[in-house]
Design a protein around this ligand. Structure first.
Ligand SMILES: *Cc1c(COP(=O)(O)O)cnc(C)c1O
Length: 421
C-alpha cells in the first residue's frame, strides 16, 4: 500500500487545492472535511466579486449590457456549466433562489394531489427542511400529513435503505403516491441512491419523481437527464463551493420543457424574447428558466461561476475517480487503525456512496462528543450529527490523502489514550 505522501504526489488533481483558501489552525492548514456542509472558498471569488462591484460603480445600469460579464445574459454561463456538473441539458437547469424555495416552486408544478392519489413518499429521517416542505405542501392542498406523508424507514442494519425496500413501498402504496421526493445522497448516512432505477420504479406506479441533490451535486456524476427524474433541486454552498447561502439550482426534465404546467410565475420566467414588452400575459420561457421569478442576484452568482469553472477544468469524471480512491483510503485506514472506535455507517460499495463517510463513535454520545472536541482542538474539522455520528467528507478538489492520515492518527491516538474505555 502506498503512503499518503506517494498518493498525493501521484494525484493528477493535486494542484486544484492551491485554487482554494484553506482555513488555518495554529499556523497550519486545517484538515477540513466539512465540504458536505460548507465548501471552501475558491481563490478566484474575491476578484470575481470585485469585478461586479467595479462594473456597477463604473457603468451603473449599463453593466447589464457592457459589463465585463454582462449581467443580462449572466445566467447563461452559469447554466451551461451547471448542466455539465449534474449531467443535464442546458435547457433543463437554472440557478435561482435557495434549495427549499426551489423545492416548493417545483412541487407547485409536480405535486398535483387528488383524492385517490394524495401522498408524498420521502425517506424517514429526511432533512428537516424537506420534511417541513412536503408536509406543508400536503396541508396546503387540504390533505393530512398524518396519512398522506409516507416515510420509508431504513431496513439495513446500519440505518440505510435497500432498493428492495423502495420497491416494496411502491408496490404497496404506489397507487396513492403522487410524488416521490428522494435524496441523491442521504445527508445523515451518506448513502447514495440509484436515481435512474428509483425514477423507473416510481414512474411505473404513476408517481412523479423529484430529487433533492443537496449532497449529490458536485459530489457524484449524476446523469440527471438520463435518470428520467421529473425535477430536482440542490444548494450550491456544499460541494459546489459557491459560498454561504449561495444561489441554488433547479432541474426540470426536457420532456416538460414546453408542458403547460401550473406554476407560480414571475417576470424572469417569461419568454425572453418578449419579456421587456412588459405585457400582462405570462408566456413561459421553455425549460427550467421558465420557473424563475426574479432577475438574478449577480453578486451571489459570481462565486458560483468561479466554482463551476473549476469543475469544468477538473471534470466530474476525474473528480469522481479521485473521490472513490480518497474515500476508499479513509475507509481502509479506519479499518486498520481505529476499528474499535469508529463504525462506518455509509455503505461500503462505491456505487452507494459519495465522498462522505458517516462514522458512529463506539461508546455513545458522551464519548463521541469527546472525540469530536479532541479533533476540533487539533484543527481536524468534520461535523457532528446527534446522537453519535461524525461526518467526514474528503473532497477531491481540495483534500489530500495526508489530511486523511491526520484524522486517522488523531483518532487512533485518542482511542489509546486516557479517554479509552
Ligand atoms: C443542506 C440541505 C438543505 C438546506 O436547505 P436550504 O434551503 O439551502 O437552507 C435542505 N435539504 C437537504 C437535504 C440538505 O442537505
Amino acid at each position: 500500500m502506498n503512503t499518503a505522501a506517494e498518493l498525493d504526489a501521484a494525484d493528477p488533481l493535486r494542484h486544484f487545492r492551491e485554487r482554494f483558501h484553506i482555513p488555518q489552525h495554529d499556523g497550519q492548514d486545517q484538515a477540513y472535511f466539512c465540504g458536505n456542509s460548507l465548501g471552501l472558498q475558491p481563490r478566484g471569488v474575491r476578484a470575481a466579486l470585485m469585478q461586479e462591484l467595479d462594473d456597477w460603480s463604473e457603468l451603473g445600469v449599463e453593466a447589464h449590457f457592457r459589463g465585463k460579464q454582462p449581467w443580462m445574459p449572466y445566467h447563461e454561463s452559469v447554466r451551461d456549466a451547471l448542466a455539465q456538473v449534474v449531467g443535464a441539458l442546458p435547457v433543463e437547469v437554472v440557478a435561482m433562489n435557495s434549495l427549499t424555495a426551489n423545492l416548493h416552486l417545483l412541487m407547485v408544478s409536480f405535486y398535483r394531489p387528488t383524492r385517490e392519489r394524495p401522498a408524498i413518499l420521502i425517506e424517514a429521517g429526511a432533512f428537516p427542511s424537506d420534511h417541513h416542505a412536503v408536509a406543508s405542501q400536503i396541508r396546503f392542498h387540504g390533505f393530512d400529513p398524518a396519512t398522506d406523508l409516507i416515510t420509508l424507514a431504513p431496513d439495513e442494519p446500519a440505518g440505510t435503505i435497500s432498493m428492495q425496500a423502495i420497491e416494496r413501498v411502491l408496490a404497496e402504496h404506489g397507487h396513492r403516491i403522487a410524488l416521490v421526493l428522494w435524496p441523491g445522497v442521504q445527508y445523515r448516512t451518506g448513502q447514495a441512491f440509484d436515481l435512474k432505477e428509483i425514477a423507473r420504479l416510481a414512474h411505473a406506479r404513476g408517481c412523479t419523481v423529484g430529487y433533492d441533490l443537496a449532497h449529490g451535486a458536485g459530489n457524484l456524476p449524476l446523469q440527471l437527464h438520463d435518470s428520467g427524474a421529473d425535477f430536482a433541486a440542490w444548494c450550491s454552498y456544499k460541494y459546489l463551493n459557491a459560498g454561504p447561502g449561495a444561489v441554488a439550482g433547479a432541474f426540470v426534465h426536457e420532456r416538460h420543457a414546453r408542458a403547460e404546467l401550473p406554476r407560480f410565475a414571475g417576470w424572469w420566467g417569461h419568454d425572453q424574447a418578449t419579456r421587456f414588452r412588459m405585457g400582462p400575459e405570462f408566456v413561459p420561457t421553455p425549460g427550467a428558466e421558465g420557473w424563475q421569478l426574479s432577475n438574478p442576484p449577480i453578486l451571489a452568482l459570481a462565486p458560483l461561476r468561479v466554482s463551476l469553472d473549476l469543475y469544468a477544468e477538473a471534470g466530474m469524471d476525474r473528480l469522481r475517480a479521485k473521490s472513490e480512491k480518497l474515500t476508499g483510503y479513509l475507509e481502509t485506514q479506519i479499518a486498520q487503525h481505529c476499528p474499535q472506535t469508529l463504525q462506518v455507517v455509509t455503505p461500503a460499495e462505491p456505487a452507494r456512496r459519495g465522498c462522505q463517510l458517516s462514522l458512529r463513535v463506539a461508546g455513545g454520545r458522551e464519548r463521541g462528543r469527546a472525540l469530536f472536541e479532541h479533533l476540533a482542538a487539533r484543527g481536524i474539522v468534520g461535523d457532528w450529527r446527534e446522537p453519535d455520528v461524525i461526518r467526514i467528507s474528503p473532497v477531491p478538489l481540495y483534500n489530500r490523502y495526508a489530511d486523511v492520515d491526520r484524522f486517522v492518527a488523531a483518532v487512533a491516538a485518542w482511542s489509546q489514550g486516557p479517554a479509552a474505555p
